[in-house]
Design a protein around this ligand. Structure first.
Ligand code: DGL
Length: 272
């Protein structure tokens, strides 16, 4: 008897941040084969132009899909999702899932007031992609974006909490929240896939500042749910994991294991 096809899911980000998405996908679809690429040689994407990010995203997709292809491509990078989805869809000819639409849906569902904050890279915030997606789902919503690019570096360095993270939150979000007053926001989109590692630090920081809870929105679960609906056969079983990086494989393994359980995964350096 021929064995059933194991869905193959390709995922990429500029670095290790997208491993937060890969982890949710792995947990929800243990029977899928995952191939992840972190473009560590060219991180960060968030300070680059839309043209450059689109070029990098297409190269990452080509490397991931290679000769054997995939059943779906997950753009586990908000920056690339904010500008490269049309080009990826046009070239790849397979379902391409970005992180912005699912994050926007979750934010709208979690925000009774419609006052929604979005933190992300400069490119993601400047693109207005979350604003468009949220306003299309909920009329009258107010989306307040704030670029917090240093958080990417802190995550890549393995600082997920502590004084450095608090200092970055003070500097970026302190004045930003003060300008908006106490009613400011009731949901905050983690609009960069590196940011879920700061969930605890952010919840504590926001609690101290606002004296109440703010819903922290992470697209990873939403993407994993969507994939589980598309590939129900992969919600059980045991698939293979291949992790590719464009530079610093050892560092990728060391820091990335804080994001994704790497035991049993094949690691490989690739050149785009
Ligand atoms: N993790 C990426 C994102 O979601 C970007 C980090 C970067 O390369 O600037 O936007």
């Amino acid at each position: 008897m021929q064995s059933a096809h194991r869905p193959r899911i390709a995922i990429f980000d500029s670095g290790i941040g997208g491993l937060t998405v890969a982890r949710a996908v792995r947990d929800r679809l243990p029977g899928a084969d995952l191939r992840y690429l972190g473009d560590t040689a060219r991180l960060p994407y968030g300070t680059k132009t839309a043209e450059t990010v689109t070029r990098y995203a297409l190269q990452a997709a080509r490397a991931l899909l290679g000769e054997d292809g995939a059943d779906a491509l997950v753009v586990a990078c908000n920056t690339a999702s904010s500008c490269a989805l049309p080009a990826l869809e046009a070239e790849c000819g397979l379902p391409v899932l970005g992180v912005i639409a699912p994050g926007a849906r979750r934010a709208v569902a979690a925000s009774p007031t419609g006052q929604i904050g979005v933190i992300g890279t400069e490119r993601t915030v400047a693109s207005g992609a979350y604003t468009f997606a949220i306003e299309a789902l909920r009329q009258g919503a107010s989306v307040h974006g704030k670029a917090t690019p240093l958080l990417v570096g802190l995550a890549e360095e393995g600082f997920f909490s502590g004084p450095l993270v608090d200092a970055a939150l003070d500097a970026y979000l302190g004045p930003w929240l003060e300008r908006r007053g106490p009613g400011a926001i009731d949901a905050l989109v983690l609009g960069c896939t590196h940011y879920p590692v700061f969930k605890e630090a952010l919840a504590a920081w926001l609690g101290r500042r606002l004296g109440r809870e703010v819903a922290l929105i992470d697209s990873a679960e939403a993407i994993a749910d969507e994939l589980a609906t598309r590939f129900p056969s992969a919600t059980t079983g045991s698939g293979a994991t291949e992790l590719l990086a464009t530079d610093g494989l050892e560092r990728f393994r060391r820091v990335g294991s804080g994001f994704f359980p790497m035991q049993g995964a094949a690691l490989r350096l690739v050149d785009l």
